[in-house]
Design a protein around this ligand. Structure first.
Ligand code: SAM
Length: 205
């Protein structure tokens, strides 16, 4: 299988991801809380990486009734996630290797989380569509990701350029596109557009 540039990027970054990303990736617990979970919910994290968000999702779930599926297309990141799951003794976390733009998991979830993954996916509209198809009616989709740094003046362009060099594209119309599928979308911006959290609910109950 041919690997994408992002998969190649994480081949090496997987090893020092956890020790470096705490400096730049913020808002995890708050985003997980915005999933509005009950103890028996099932949650899919798309682009779960090494599993840094799992603790914040799992703290809302009952260990026997709630369940988390972490999906990522990088075998290297999933290996780190697997180590975390084993070390913590989590028995209700399943890891799946797959592409966010070709999801066919055969099941629907109460909550779906993208945390700092959507902006790395070239065909991100397709990833949003796939996520919507895997959400139960009434279920919530939460997207936490880098914003446009609108309040950062000239430094905003520097940040956007640096992220682009690291496969992260911040200027696409993520919120506008999400709103088409989730008309009641709520959006929370943080620190002058450093990051945003978008929360959508699938219609129906
Ligand atoms: C910046 S990391 C975020 C990891 C984790 N969600 C976090 O908050 O630390 C982005 C992750 O998205 C994954 N990813 C990017 N494109 C993907 C795709 N098309 N399908 C599945 N995973 C993807 C990468 O492999 C990587 O693990």
């Amino acid at each position: 299988m041919a690997h994408s540039a992002v998969q190649r990027f994480y081949r090496y970054h997987a090893y020092f991801y956890d020790s470096t990303r705490w400096m730049i990736l913020h808002g995890r617990r708050r985003a997980a809380q915005r999933l509005g979970l009950r103890p028996d919910c099932t949650v899919l994290e798309i682009g779960c990486g090494t599993g840094l968000n799992f603790p914040y999702v799992l703290e809302q779930l009952d260990a026997r009734r709630g369940r988390v599926v972490g999906l990522d297309f990088s075998a290297d990141m999933l290996r780190q996630a697997e180590k975390r799951v084993r070390a913590r003794g989590w028995t209700n976390v399943e890891l799946v290797q797959g592409d966010a733009t070709q999801l066919r998991l055969g099941t629907k979830f109460d909550g779906i989380l993208f945390a700092y993954s959507l902006t790395m996916i070239p065909d991100w509209p397709r990833a949003i569509q796939c996520a919507g198809e895997h959400l139960k009616p009434g279920g919530r989709l939460v997207v936490l990701d880098f914003g446009r740094f609108a309040g950062w003046g000239p430094l905003g362009a520097v940040m956007r350029g640096w992220l682009r060099a690291n496969h992260v594209e911040t200027l696409r119309p993520y919120v506008e596109t999400l709103r088409k599928s989730f008309p009641s979308l709520e959006v929370f911006d943080w620190f002058g557009g450093y990051n945003f959290t978008a929360v959508g609910q699938k219609q129906g109950s």
